[in-house]
Design a protein around this ligand. Structure first.
Ligand code: AR6
Length: 185
């Protein structure tokens, strides 16, 4: 099985093995970098499939709201361009530097601020990739605990979301999230 389901109150937490750009949730989250100008991994895939509209909106955000770049842990929203998702929430996870440089706190903020932004826009469903565990080098066992705990804590106080999906790109990553989720939910 490559789909697992858990619940926090009325909200369904789903773990799936798949591609974030194929999700039909209201929003998909982009594991971006502070420039908001695209990159590899999830970021590259989202901009490639979503088309130029997303980048245009990111440029506007840089010109207006965040001229020096989006700080780690913060989140902003654009339309989803050609994606199935209506919106992309761009957040920046921390680069892993051994674990003593506020990485856990900043990773939790990236998830928390993305969820908060989704709720503030009235969205009901959101899909996350495993933020920071690719190019940014965050060990995935540690990252999965923070990701799932942060979502749980958020949903215990906020019941407006119907579904939160974690999209894991490989079977290996999916299994790690599944084991972590069994401990947390
Ligand atoms: N769908 C779901 N997950 C994916 C996909 C996909 N299409 N592609 C990769 N992953 P990364 P980061 C997984 O590197 O670590 C970019 O260049 C991947 O296997 O996308 O936060 C940005 O511009 C990994 O488990 O994000 C930044 O500079 C996870 O998604 C930097 O990388 C995250 O990998 C951000 O690094």
């Amino acid at each position: 099985m490559t789909v697992e389901k858990f619940h926090v109150g009325k909200t369904v937490i789903q773990l799936v093995k798949g591609d974030i750009t194929e999700q039909e949730t209201d929003a998909v989250v982009n594991a971006a970098n502070p420039t908001l100008m695209g990159g590899g991994g999830v970021d590259g895939a989202i901009h490639r499939k979503g088309g130029p509209k997303i980048l245009e909106e990111c440029k506007k955000i840089r010109e207006t709201e965040w001229p020096n770049g989006l700080p780690t842990g913060k989140a902003v929203i654009t339309s989803g361009g050609n994606l199935k998702a209506k919106y992309v929430i761009h957040t920046v996870g921390p680069i892993w530097r051994g674990g003593n440089h506020r990485e856990p706190e900043l990773l939790a903020e990236a998830y928390y601020n993305s969820l908060k932004l989704a709720v503030s826009k009235g969205l009901k469903t959101i899909a996350f990739p495993s933020i920071s565990t690719g190019a940014y080098g965050y060990p995935i066992e540690k990252a999965s605990k923070i990701a799932l705990k942060t979502v749980k804590q958020f949903l215990e106080k906020e019941d407006k979301l119907e579904k939160v999906v974690f999209v894991l790109f490989t079977m290996h990553d999916f299994k790690i999230y599944k084991e972590t989720a069994k401990q947390i939910f």
